[in-house]
Design a protein around this ligand. Sequence first.
Ligand SMILES: Nc1ncnc2c1ncn2[C@@H]1O[C@H](COP(=O)(O)OP(=O)(O)O)[C@@H](O)[C@H]1O
Ligand SMILES: [Mg+2]
Length: 274
Amino acid sequence: MDYAIQVKDLNKSYGSNQALVNISLSVRRGELVSLLGPNGAGKTTLVKHLYCELKPEVGRINVLGGNPCRSKIKRMLGVVPQESEPYDDLSVFENIYYAARIRGIGRREAKVYTEETIESLDLREYRNKYVMDLSGGLKRRTLVGMAIVHRPEVLILDEPTTGLDPLARRQLWDILKNLKKEGRAILLTTHYVEEAEVLSDRVYFINKKIISEGTPSDLRTRFSYYYEVIDYTSGKAYKVKEEELKEFISKLNGKFEVRIPSLEDVYIEMISHA
Ligand SMILES: Nc1ncnc2c1ncn2[C@@H]1O[C@H](COP(=O)(O)OP(=O)(O)O)[C@@H](O)[C@H]1O
Ligand SMILES: [Mg+2]
C-alpha cells in the first residue's frame, strides 16, 4: 500500500455553512503535498479529519491503511495544528521530551529521541531555554520537534509558516525538505503560493472543494489560458491568448518577452472564479 493518506468524498457542514464539498485526495508515502487555499477555504476543517479531531459525517478517511481514530494509527502520525504553541514555562528539551512521553515512549528512549530531534532541527543552543524567551520561528521549530520526536510516518502541518518572518520561513522550509528526504509523507496547508510551489510534489487548490490538482509546473502550464507579453519599448505588459499570440508579437517593433503566468497568477485566477 503506497498511500499514506486517502480521503474519499468528504463533506462537512457547520450548520448551514458547508465547509467541505466532496473532497477526495491522496498523499503517497514519501510525497509532500500542499493544500493551497485562502482563509476560510476549509483547510483546517479538512486536516482535523485526518488526525481524528473531527469524524467524517459523509465520506471516508484512510490514514496508513486504517481509521485515524485508532490508537495504533495515531501513534504513526505527527501533527502541528494551526495556532498551537509549545508550553511557555517549559524548556525546548522538556517540550519535546514530554511530547515523546505522551506518545507512550519510555523514559530512556524518549531522552535519546529528544536529543536526536534537537540535533536534527538545529535547536542545540536553545535546548535549555524556556519557550517564552524564544522567537516565533524557534517556537514553531520546537512544535515541529514535538510532532516528529516519535518518528511518525505521516506528518500534517496546518499553516506552519504563517506569521513567521522570511528568514524563519526559509529555515522551516529546509527542515521540511529534510523530513521529506527521510521518506515521510507530509501534508501541509498554506495560503502562500510560493511555499506550495517551492516545497510540494503536488498541490491541491482548495476552496471548499478541490478546484484543481497537479505538480506546480503542471498547474502552471495547464492553466495558461494566456501568455504575458512584456513590451520593453513601451514598458507595458499584456495578457494575450495563445491563438492571438503570433499576430500580437508581429506588431511589436522592439524587444519583448513572452512568459507563461506564474502559479500565483493561476491561483488568483482560480480562486476568484471558483
Ligand atoms: N468550529 C466551527 N464552527 C463553525 N464554523 C466553523 C468552525 N470551524 C470552521 N468553521 C467555518 O468553516 C469554514 C472553513 O474554515 P477553516 O477550515 O478554518 O478554513 P481555513 O483553515 O482554510 O482557513 C469557514 O467558513 C469557517 O468560518
Ligand atoms: Mg486554517
